[in-house]
Design a protein around this ligand. Structure first.
Ligand code: AHG
Ligand code: MN
Ligand code: MN
Length: 340
């Protein structure tokens, strides 16, 4: 049985960290709790994902409206509802919403913006595989009132905190605050609490896994093809061959590489020069975590955290993981530039 003196809850951990920063107001702490609550609600719904149709068809259980909603819509609404009434945010932006999301009339706008991908890897739901939620927190730039586009279109290096929740064989929340390290918490479903399970996660400079959708190989640049051949072991003088793993959910692929060591790429190709992943909801928060864990993230030439966004749903190529592995890819891309 769990003894309170032996476990560190997410709440206790965040409070302890806050005490180390005497200027902290506690608002960020509460924002992280808000997200943890949303994560628990989303996790509970995901657990039932395969049952909704059965129970609905049998009519034996009162199926709530939200149970029939698509899970990405449910996750999006849950995140918004957990955050918008708190007085801590002035605006939100979500992968699922076309435009910036204001706080409701009558709610005092706060000093933060929160950006999120409410359900990452959503197609995995149909096959009972891992999915996630990604979040990113900034301090507003405008002085007061409802948040504006300039409050959310900030370079990733301005993030105050970022993290993800992974709904896998267990549910984990992983986050870092600016200047801090990366910590992981596993949800104990019996008590409904996130407990510290991975203190100070570090990405090894080089790892044994690479993750990329190789069905796009023929559309890649010569540089990207060379880099991936390097992963295969074709450039032994500079890089040891790696093992391939690809879940198709950024959260799951990134999480594995954080814990076990490795590199993830979603490069641009002839059809989609900027790749697939969104800067604000996927690349910037993961880059923030990667760097906080000693790793790196680039679009091939620029540090992801330095890219100044120009549009909410902007996409950028992503190379992220161990620092030496990311350096290898960057070098191969630069060397191959002239051969394209
Ligand atoms: P989302 O479900 O939020 O749209 O994200 C899916 C993304 C990402 O999680 C994953 O890394 C990538 O799509 C996989 O894309 P491919 O199927 O093209 O490999
Ligand atoms: Mn996504
Ligand atoms: Mn999504």
């Amino acid at each position: 049985m769990l003894h309170p003196s032996l476990v560190t809850t997410l709440e206790r951990f965040i409070l302890d960290q806050e005490r180390e920063h005497p200027d902290a107001t506690g608002e960020l702490t509460n924002l992280l709790y808000d997200i943890a609550l949303a994560a628990k609600i989303i996790a509970a719904q995901i657990r039932r994902a395969g049952l909704v149709n059965i129970l609905g068809a049998a009519g034996s259980v009162n199926v709530q409206d939200e149970e029939q909603q698509k899970l990405d819509v449910f996750a999006n609404e849950t995140m918004k509802n957990a955050l918008n009434h708190t007085g801590r945010v002035c605006a939100m932006a979500s992968e699922e919403d076309e435009t910036i999301i204001p706080v409701p009339e009558g709610v005092q706008p706060g000093k933060y913006t929160v950006l999120f991908d409410p359900l990452d890897g959503s197609s995995n739901i149909d096959v009972n595989a891992a999915v996630g939620t990604i979040f990113s927190i900034y301090e507003r730039r405008s002085a007061s009132g409802q948040g504006t586009l300039e409050d959310v279109l900030q370079p990733g290096r301005n993030q105050i905190a970022a993290g993800y929740v992974m709904y896998g064989s267990s549910v984990m929340m992983v986050y870092a605050v600016r200047g801090g390290r990366v910590h992981g918490f596993t949800l104990d479903p019996t008590i409904g609490e996130f407990l510290l399970s991975h203190d100070d996660i570090r990405i090894p400079p080089t790892g044994k896994y690479y993750s990329v959708n190789e069905s796009n190989f023929g559309r890649w640049s010569i540089g990207t093809q060379r880099a991936v051949r390097g992963f295969h072991g074709d450039d032994p003088a500079r890089l040891k061959g790696k093992n391939s793993r690809y879940v198709g959910a950024l959260v799951a692929d990134f999480h594995r590489n954080m814990i076990a060591g490795g590199i993830f790429m979603y490069p641009g190709d002839r059809k989609n020069p900027n790749g697939k992943l969104r800067l604000l909801y996927e690349c910037a928060p993961m880059a923030f975590l990667a760097e906080a864990a000693g790793g790196a993230a680039t679009d091939g030439t620029r540090r992801i955290l330095d890219i100044v966004p120009t549009a909410l749903h902007q996409r950028v190529p992503l190379v992220i993981g161990g620092s030496d592995d990311v350096d290898y890819v960057r070098t191969v891309l630069i060397e191959s530039g002239a051969d394209e």
